[in-house]
Design a protein around this ligand. Structure first.
Ligand SMILES: *[C@@H]1O[C@H](CO)[C@@H](O)[C@H](O)[C@H]1NC(C)=O
Ligand SMILES: *[C@@H]1O[C@H](CO)[C@@H](O)[C@H](O)[C@H]1NC(C)=O
Ligand SMILES: *[C@@H]1O[C@H](CO)[C@@H](O)[C@H](O)[C@H]1NC(C)=O
Ligand SMILES: *[C@@H]1O[C@H](CO)[C@@H](O)[C@H](O)[C@H]1NC(C)=O
Length: 464
């Protein structure tokens, strides 16, 4: 997903100019975390400013496609689905429906042919997780359209065949195609993403196949540096060239979020198995220690790898929103975690409310929730994170776990979704097993890819 990060500055400047005419009324107005009206109001302001970056529903634009990024569309709709669920405000349901369905792909697996050739497993899975969220929260479905659950299953069905036992004894590679840089990497977010999706499908459908996959991915992750089950740390990346013994150790909230959340759903599936409780407890402890630094009081979430030097890229500015949402729902599938998690979410929201005091309306959200004055950054991504953080505060009001097929979830299962997609990348993108002799060829293809990519970006900048 990192290749598509170049256009943010451009669009930011564009929108700043556009919004400059707006009346400035400072303050997002959230000072009492026990007041649902204040929370709803803050969430609605954050969502409104988030949607000021979206024009996919305008004439001539592509629904669900954001400038310079594809995966963030899925992430944005996930935030909007949660926003609707918690606040009851359906202002964005039409755009969400339109975008989620437009990008679903020709085979209901979030591999739309326009974009597939450039996508990583992590890009695809975010749309799958958004669809899963829609299913679990009974987000309205269109009568003649594919169900949200089937779309999540389509992502599962096309990712599982890419499980690569040829290197490192298993695991998903970062990329889906061998001509992409990042093909030799196995990373936490791709594997954690499929792990979480499998666990949620298992809980929703009661189908053992999904639980088996969740457990398999979790166990495999622990055989690599991606998850250390003694220190409960998660590395971002490892590489097949070393048989997954090296590790890129940058610490990111969303990596922890995918695995903790998945462990939470498995905890629910297994009615509290010790294995999953140990995983939740271990990872939660590291998460608190790492991402809620003592220097900011110990309760305010921070993306520690890039906030101190203010070098977060647009992808990274989304991550805290994911951890917020996943921790909030964890308190419902593993309720014993509530007393630890809620105070941290609440302190983060009260702190972020102060940070959301910039931009033309005096309500745009910056990046550093721990800083009580606007830090000068404003973007779709900082708005996405804030929208999620504010919305999920209402979990204490709802106090209800995501639905399943047994508890009122209406989305219909289609275990075969996506299986008819003969174009779906199967792992090496060439339909053949890569041998050592092919490596040089892969290098050339990577060079071609880079050239093609530069060409495409040029086209995108010109074409807007
Ligand atoms: C696009 O969606 C926004 C909500 O984000 C809405 O206000 C606007 O009217 C929509 N535009 C069109 C052309 O449908
Ligand atoms: C694919 O690209 C075409 C041409 O730009 C566009 O009309 C269509 O909406 C795109 N589809 C998706 C799913 O992005
Ligand atoms: C920790 O991971 C190792 C390596 O995969 C595994 O052998 C061991 O069983 C795991 N321990 C627990 C408690 O899961
Ligand atoms: C369970 O899921 C697997 C994998 O998608 C599928 O083959 C099987 O038909 C499903 N079983 C039921 C009862 O839906």
């Amino acid at each position: 997903m990192r290749f598509f990060g170049q256009l943010c500055g451009l669009t930011g400047a564009f929108w700043t100019a556009l919004l400059a005419g707006q009346v400035a009324v400072a303050d997002i107005g959230l000072t009492n975390i026990n007041d649902p009206e204040q929370i709803k109001n803050a969430a609605s302001i954050a969502a409104y400013d988030m949607m000021s970056y979206y024009d996919g529903n305008k004439t001539g634009q592509i629904p669900g496609k954001l400038p310079g990024t594809w995966w963030e569309g899925g992430a944005m709709f996930m935030a909007l689905i949660q926003y609707w669920y918690f606040t009851g405000d359906d202002s964005y349901n039409d755009v969400t429906n339109q975008g989620m369905l437009w990008q679903k792909g020709e085979h209901n697996d979030y591999l739309p042919s326009n974009w597939t050739q450039w996508l990583g497993n992590d890009d695809q899975v975010f749309w799958g997780l958004a669809a899963m969220t829609a299913a679990e929260l009974n987000f309205p479905e269109q009568s003649k359209e594919v169900s949200w659950l089937a779309l999540a299953q389509g992502v599962f069905n096309t990712q599982v065949p890419r499980w690569d036992t040829g290197t490192c004894g298993g695991g998903l590679r970062w990329q889906q195609n061998s001509y992409q840089a990042g093909w030799t990497t196995k990373n936490a977010i791709s594997n954690g993403g499929l792990f979480q999706l499998s666990a949620r499908l298992a809980r929703y459908t009661n189908n053992q196949t999904y639980s088996d996959w969740a457990e398999k991915i979790w166990d495999w992750t622990q055989t690599t540096p991606l998850m250390n089950n003694k220190t409960w740390t998660i590395a971002d990346t490892t590489n097949v060239d070393t048989q997954c013994t090296d590790h890129g150790d940058l610490q990111w909230t969303y990596n922890y979020g995918t695995y903790i959340s998945g462990a939470g759903y498995m905890y629910a599936v297994t009615k509290g198995a010790q294995k999953w409780k140990d995983g939740i407890d271990g990872l939660l402890k590291t998460t608190f220690k790492t991402f809620f630094p003592q220097q900011y009081g110990g309760n305010i979430m921070s993306e520690v790898a890039c906030e101190p030097n203010m070098k977060c890229d647009r992808n990274q500015d989304c991550f805290k929103g994911f951890l917020s949402g996943w921790l909030a729902f964890l308190t419902t599938v593993a309720p014993y975690t509530k007393d630890e998690i809620i105070p941290k979410l609440q302190a983060s929201a009260l702190a972020a409310a102060k940070q959301c005091s910039g931009g033309s309306d005096g309500k745009h959200c910056g990046r550093r929730w721990f800083q009580s004055t606007f830090d000068g950054t404003q973007s779709l991504e900082t708005q996405m994170s804030a929208t999620s953080l504010f919305s999920v505060q209402l979990i204490t009001q709802k106090n209800q776990a995501p639905l399943t097929s047994d508890t009122g979830g209406k989305s219909k299962s289609d275990p075969n979704a996506g299986l008819d997609d003969s174009q779906a990348p199967t792992g090496n993108g060439l339909g053949i097993k890569i041998t050592t002799g092919d490596r040089a060829g892969a290098g050339i293809l990577t060079a071609l890819f880079v050239t093609g990519w530069v060409g495409m970006m040029t086209w995108m900048i010109r074409g807007g």
